[in-house]
Design a protein around this ligand. Sequence first.
Ligand SMILES: *[C@@H]1O[C@H](CO)[C@@H](O)[C@H](O)[C@H]1NC(C)=O
Ligand SMILES: *[C@@H]1O[C@H](CO)[C@@H](O)[C@H](O)[C@H]1NC(C)=O
Ligand SMILES: *[C@@H]1O[C@H](CO)[C@@H](O)[C@H](O)[C@H]1NC(C)=O
Ligand SMILES: *[C@@H]1O[C@H](CO)[C@@H](O)[C@H](O)[C@H]1NC(C)=O
Length: 370
Amino acid sequence: MAFGSSSGIRFFNYFALPSHVVRFMARVVIMGSCLLFISLLISSKSSKIPQYQKPPTPLPMRKKASRSLTATLLQRPSPSTTTIPKQKTGYYLCPKLTGGLGNSMFVYASVYGIARSTGRQLFMEHNNMDAVFGHLNGTVNKELCNRKRLKELKSKTHCSYDPDMLQMPDQHNYLVGEYLQSFKYFEKYQNEIRQQFTIKQELKNKACECLQDIAKNYTSSLNKTLSTSSVTFISVHVRRGDMLEQSHFRKYGYQIPKEDYVIKAMAYMKTLYSNIAFVFASNDMKWVKSKFHGKDIFFPKLSDAHSQFAILSSCNHSITSIGTYGWWSAYLAGGTTLYYKYPAREGSDLRKQFSSDYKDFFLRNWIGLS
Ligand SMILES: *[C@@H]1O[C@H](CO)[C@@H](O)[C@H](O)[C@H]1NC(C)=O
Ligand SMILES: *[C@@H]1O[C@H](CO)[C@@H](O)[C@H](O)[C@H]1NC(C)=O
Ligand SMILES: *[C@@H]1O[C@H](CO)[C@@H](O)[C@H](O)[C@H]1NC(C)=O
Ligand SMILES: *[C@@H]1O[C@H](CO)[C@@H](O)[C@H](O)[C@H]1NC(C)=O
């Protein structure tokens, strides 16, 4: 659209400006935009935006940019709205953070992996994990991650890897998510992920004290002199509560492992390790305490979700049930991990979110039991 198009005239008529003023303003705008264009051309050749340092200027979407230059300049007289820099690194991603700790960790880690793979920066609209982790590389920037200014990028399924997530068109900034529950998005950067998901020192100290306490009780009950460092802590996370009580979870397809899965998993661990102290955590401790007791079974007194997460992820090995909270504590613990093989009912909507073999979700060396 050329200058003086109908939209331009309508704009001026609206303010009822005299025509010589209109012509004068038009000249100023044209000259200004030519100068800007030239200076931006020069500067775009001489400067590169370094990754993970300089917050990029948010960019308009391509549709807007291809509209009449004059109309754009009149509406928003900012030079950054007139050109789209060539460097991919000027663009950024924001994870769509929702849900509890486990879900947030997944979307953060996956979007981190996608950002690293595509040479983009990472920002967050808020950090809902800062009570647990002291340093995430994604910088909080409410303005840049304002959902209204971003295009949304969603995966085809929630719990399997979608390679198209790395094929986003270059000229946009994206809000990415919201589940992205596959380790394959961040597999290449797992050291960076583990480093960022280092649990805050004070939470870690409390978790250590708690495990020391358990080790003391365990060794004294055995009447053996056993140093606490030779005790093998195995976490047992039993997700029940909400998953059982709320019918929408069941309808969607969640299958909750029963008592016999936990018994089988504990027996399996006993074939691999000795001097085991099983450390239980659940959102249904009443049920767990009614079903499991013994000299090697412990229920930590710290019961809030963050302390329990710190305890579970400080254990040597893990028995998980369902849910992402247990998934992440096992991932961070890094030992032998047993998982429930059938977390989703065949034919359910939840089942469709996973790959047919569940291999995008559970790590390759984790062991599935039924
Ligand atoms: C992430 O933050 C840590 C700590 O500040 C820093 O050492 C590391 O280089 C950062 N990683 C990236 C990829 O920016
Ligand atoms: C350890 O034993 C003491 C004394 O019997 C008890 O008060 C405490 O609750 C036990 N701790 C754990 C973690 O079981
Ligand atoms: C440990 O010793 C106490 C007495 O000191 C005894 O009552 C208990 O049965 C012993 N436990 C085991 C496992 O030997
Ligand atoms: C289990 O992990 C703790 C650290 O959390 C360590 O001190 C201990 O030696 C480990 N136990 C075994 C048997 O490896």
